[in-house]
Design a protein around this ligand. Structure first.
Ligand code: LHQ
Length: 254
């Protein structure tokens, strides 16, 4: 199977599984990834961990498939776009465990996630312009919002190999740990998030994504609407009660 998955507690762990191709994405891998991401909608799932088998996270589009010809890039991108929207629209946190290398659409997938854990030896590269392609899979949306407009063109046009230190400095990595500790760190983070106020995490995701296209007045209005929803949640009640009782909260995700 080009994508494998398992559930550990409330965490759905999804792994790209084409290690000999550095988890390059072809049609069947993208379809399998989309099916796996659909499982995240299950109410028992409260966080998702995305990772790669073998020595890399993901090398982006399978260039053998691209070279074979007959691939309508625009039509093919609907598969990438669906996956990116599944990650962004999922009302639960998604952690990317990025070890080895993430390139092209593989880096874009990592950027679509909510948090990125990198290894000290991990390299990121936008890759697209190296083969004379424009960025896709949301990279022109996520990259400038992550590293800033002033750096986005350079990373996209010159496609440098970014090491983990640069990734951390640019805000592309949330955590950098020893290369062989990436999965462990990401699993810990995902488990912690899965024990959190899941519904509120979904609202945070929604608010941040919406803020990218709204003006301040609209943002303030949306925040007020979402705060009403959060305020009606059982987890809010529990959070406040736990604070007053000087104990850790036990969130149900509702
Ligand atoms: C690969 C790949 C790969 C196939 C390594 N495909 N085999 C969307 C829609 C439509 C069209 C096109 O594009 C897109 C979006 C995109 O993602 S475009 C960008 C596509 N990705 C790239 O251009 C990255 C290509 N790969 C690389 O630059 C390097 O492989 C990286 C930097 C990822 C890793 O370098 P190394 O660690 O030196 O590994 P390697 O190059 O030796 O690769 C190991 C094997 O994996 C090798 O196969 P082999 O049979 O020789 O062992 C590579 O051919 C294969 N592989 N990436 N994308």
């Amino acid at each position: 199977d080009p994508v494998i998955h398992r559930t550990d507690g409330h965490v759905l762990e999804i792994a790209l599984n084409r290690p000999d191709q550095l988890n390059a994405l072809d049609e069947s891998t993208l379809e399998a990834l989309s099916r796996a991401l659909a499982l995240a909608e299950d109410e028992g799932v409260r966080a998702v961990l995305l990772r790669g088998e073998g020595r890399a996270f993901c090398a982006g589009q399978d260039l053998r498939e691209a070279a074979a010809g007959g691939l309508d890039y625009q039509a093919h991108l609907t598969r990438y776009n669906r996956v990116v929207l599944q990650i962004r629209r999922l009302a639960k946190p998604v952690v990317a465990a990025v070890h080895g290398v993430a390139a092209g659409a593989g880096m874009a997938l990592a950027l679509a996630a909510d948090l990125r854990v990198l290894g000290r030896e991990t390299r990121l590269t936008t890759a697209f312009a190296r083969i004379a392609l424009v960025p896709d899979s949301g990279m022109t949306y996520t990259l400038p919002r992550t590293v800033g407009w002033g750096r986005a063109f350079e990373l996209l046009a010159l496609s440098p190999d970014l090491d983990a230190e640069a990734a951390l400095r640019l805000g592309l990595a949330n955590r950098v740990v020893a290369e062989d500790a990436v999965f462990e760190e990401a699993r810990g983070l995902a488990a912690r998030l899965a024990a959190g106020p899941t519904r509120v995490y979904g609202l945070i995701k929604h608010a941040l994504d919406e803020s990218a296209r709204l003006g301040l007045e609209e943002v303030l209005e949306l925040e007020a609407q979402l705060q009403k929803l959060a305020g009606e949640g059982a987890d809010h009640e529990e959070g406040v009660r736990a604070f007053l009782e000087k104990r850790p909260p036990r969130f149900q995700g509702r």
